[in-house]
Design a protein around this ligand. Structure first.
Ligand code: MYA
Length: 470
C-alpha cells in the first residue's frame, strides 16, 4: 500500500501526450471536418464488420496531379536524409520546434541516425519526406513524412481489396512458406516514375502501382514556431496525402497528443525511473510525499545484470524465426502491424543509440522463446543549468512465448539502465498494463491518440493495440 501511494503520488510528465479533453465533441475543426475521418461526435463503439473499411472509395482520377500551393515565398523541397547537410537541417528543425510537454520543460530530440532509421525503412520514398523551405533563404521551416507499412485492424488488412496479410507467421515459417514479401516500394530515387517538375518539386508523371499493398504511417509533422497558427499544417497534410494517393494508397495511421476527429484508441504513457535523482533534478518527476532521496534511490534500484538465462542481443540469423514469431504474437491485438523479413531486420536489428533488441535463446534447445526491444529517444531539457538531455528508452515490440512478461520487462529495465538511460517509457498497449504497476512505472499526465485516415472501424482499447509508432 505504501509503495502504491508513493507511485501514485509521483508526478511524471509525458511528452506528446498532453492532457486531453474528454468532451471535445462540439469543437469545430475547419480542416479535419473536410477530411475522410469519423467526426468527434460519431459513435465508434460497435461498427458492424461489413461497415468497417474506407470512408471514401479510392479514386485515382480525382487525385490532383500538381502540388498544393504554398503561401508566397515558400517552396516544397524533399529532404534527402542521405545528404549530411539536409539530415542536419531536419535535425535542427525538430530539435528546435518539435513536440514539447505541456509545461515546455522538455522537447523531443530525435538524433540523425534515429531519423534515418525512422524514415528510411524498406520501400521508403524520398518524395514522402516533405519539406517546406523559405524560397529566398532556403531555410527549412516545416516538414511532414510518411513511410510504408502493413496494418491489420479487427483482423482485416487496412487496405480495401487486400487479402489477409502476406507477412510470414510462425505457422507458415514451419511449413516452409517463403519468409518475405516483395518490397513495398522501391525507393523513388532509384525508380523512373519520379521527375523533378519545373517548380522544383519532385513529383510523378503518372501514378505508380508499386506501393499499393502498403498503407503509410505519418510522423514528424512540424511547423517552425514562428509560422504557427497560419494554417500551414493542413497544406502539409493535404500535400502528403496527394503524394501518397498518387501511389494508389488511400489509408494512413498516425498518433498525436492532441484530440482530433477521431481517435481509434486513447492510450497513456507510463514512466519507470532508472535515474531518479536526475529525473527529480530536472523536474521530470518529484519526490513523493514522505520519501527521502535515499529511499527513492532504493525504491528504483535494479540488479546489474538481466535475470533471464539465454538473453542476448538479436542477430541477423535470428531474424526469419523472430519475424514469424512476432507477427504471430501481434495477431492477438486488434490494431497491429505485420512485418516482412526485410522490414523486421530494419526495425529490430540493434543500432547503438537508436534501437536495442534482445532475444532469449533456450540454452538446451537453442530455440528462441522471447524477444524484447526498446528505442532511444532523448529529449532536450529546456532551461536547466545542470542537465541538457534526458535519455529516455521507449518500449518497442516484444513477444514472450516462455518468459513471464514481468521478468522480460525487468530485464529490459536493467539493460536500459546499463545503457545509461534515465527513464524507461511504455504505453499501456500490448500486454504492458499487466506489469506496469508491479514494475514501478508511474502514470504519465496525458494521452496519446491513435488515428486511422480514411478507415472507419470500431474503436479499440489500449490493451488491444499492438502498434508502436515512433
Ligand atoms: S504528431 C506530432 C505533431 N507535431 C508537433 O506537435 C510539433 C509541434 N507543433 C507543431 O509543429 C505545430 O503545432 C503543428 C500544427 C505542425 C502540429 N496532427 O498550421 P495550423 C491541425 C494533425 O494553423 P500549427 C504527428 O507528427 C489542427 O487541428 N493535425 O497549426 C502526426 C487544425 O485543424 P482543424 C493537427 O499549430 C501527424 C490545423 O492543424 C495537429 O501552426 C499526423 C491548424 O493548422 C496534429 N498533430 O501547426 C498528421 N496539430 O482546424 C495527419 C494541429 O481542423 C496525417 N493540427 O482543427 C493524416 C494522414 C495523411 C496521409 C493520408 C494518406 C492516404
Amino acid at each position: 500500500q505504501a509503495l502504491r501511494e508513493v507511485l501514485e503520488g509521483l508526478q511524471v510528465r509525458s511528452q506528446q501526450a498532453k492532457p486531453g479533453d474528454d468532451d471535445l465533441a462540439d469543437k469545430k475543426h475547419p480542416f479535419w471536418d473536410t477530411q475522410p475521418v469519423p467526426s468527434l461526435g460519431e459513435e465508434l463503439v460497435v461498427v458492424p464488420p461489413d461497415e468497417q473499411g474506407p470512408i471514401d472509395p479510392p479514386d485515382i482520377d480525382a487525385v490532383k496531379k500538381e502540388p498544393y500551393t504554398l503561401p508566397p515565398s515558400f517552396t516544397w523541397a524533399n529532404v534527402d536524409l542521405d545528404d549530411e547537410v539536409q539530415a542536419q537541417e531536419l535535425y535542427s528543425l525538430l530539435h528546435e520546434n518539435y513536440v514539447e510537454d505541456g509545461d515546455q520543460m522538455f522537447r523531443f530530440d530525435y538524433s540523425v541516425p534515429f531519423l534515418r532509421w525512422a524514415l528510411q525503412p524498406p520501400g521508403f520514398r524520398r518524395e514522402w519526406h516533405v519539406g517546406v523551405r523559405v524560397a529566398q533563404t532556403g531555410k527549412l521551416v516545416a516538414f511532414i513524412s510518411c513511410t510504408p507499412a502493413e496494418l491489420t485492424c479487427h483482423g482485416k488488412r487496412v487496405q480495401p481489396g487486400m487479402p489477409p496479410s502476406r507477412a510470414v507467421t510462425s505457422e507458415e515459417n514451419k511449413s516452409g512458406t517463403p519468409t518475405d514479401k516483395p518490397d513495398a516500394a522501391p525507393d523513388s530515387s532509384a525508380g523512373s516514375s519520379s521527375v523533378v517538375a519545373s517548380d522544383g518539386v519532385e513529383g510523378e508523371v503518372a501514378p505508380s502501382k508499386a506501393a499499393k499493398d502498403s498503407i503509410v504511417e505519418v510522423n514528424f509533422l512540424c511547423v517552425h514556431k514562428k509560422l504557427r497558427s497560419k494554417r500551414l499544417a493542413p497544406v502539409l497534410i493535404k500535400e502528403i496525402t496527394r503524394r501518397v494517393n498518387m501511389r494508389e494508397i488511400f489509408q494512413a495511421a498516425y498518433t498525436a497528443g492532441i484530440v482530433l476527429p477521431k481517435p481509434i484508441a486513447r492510450c497513456r504513457y507510463w514512466h519507470r525511473s532508472l535515474n531518479p535523482k536526475k529525473l527529480i533534478e530536472v523536474g521530470f518527476s518529484r519526490l513523493a510525499p514522505r520519501m527521502t532521496i535515499t529511499r527513492t534511490l532504493k525504491l528504483y534500484a535494479l540488479p546489474d545484470t538481466p535475470a533471464t538465462r539465454g538473453l542476448r542481443p538479436l542477430r541477423e540469423s535470428d531474424c526469419a524465426d523472430c519475424c514469424a514469431k512476432l507477427n504471430t504474437f501481434l495477431q492477438r491485438y486488434l490494431l497491429t502491424p505485420q512485418f516482412s523479413l526485410e522490414e523486421f531486420k530494419h526495425w529490430m536489428l540493434p543500432q547503438p543509440n537508436v534501437v536495442y533488441s534482445y532475444v532469449v535463446e533456450d540454452v538446451e534447445t537453442k530455440e528462441i522463446t522471447d524477444m524484447l526491444s526498446f528505442y532511444a529517444l532523448p529529449s532536450s531539457i529546456l532551461g536547466n543549468e545542470k542537465h541538457s538531455t534526458l535519455h529516455a528508452a521507449y518500449c518497442y515490440y516484444y513477444f514472450n512465448l516462455k518468459t513471464p512478461l514481468s521478468k522480460l520487462m525487468t530485464d529490459a529495465l536493467i539493460l536500459a539502465k546499463r545503457a545509461d538511460f534515465d527513464v524507461f517509457n511504455a504505453l499501456d498497449i500490448l500486454d504492458n498494463s499487466t506489469i506496469l504497476k508491479d514494475l514501478k512505472f508511474g502514470i504519465g499526465d496525458g494521452h496519446l491518440q491513435y488515428y486511422l485516415y480514411n478507415w472507419r472501424c470500431t474503436a479499440v482499447q489500449p490493451q488491444e493495440v499492438g502498434l508502436v509508432l515512433l
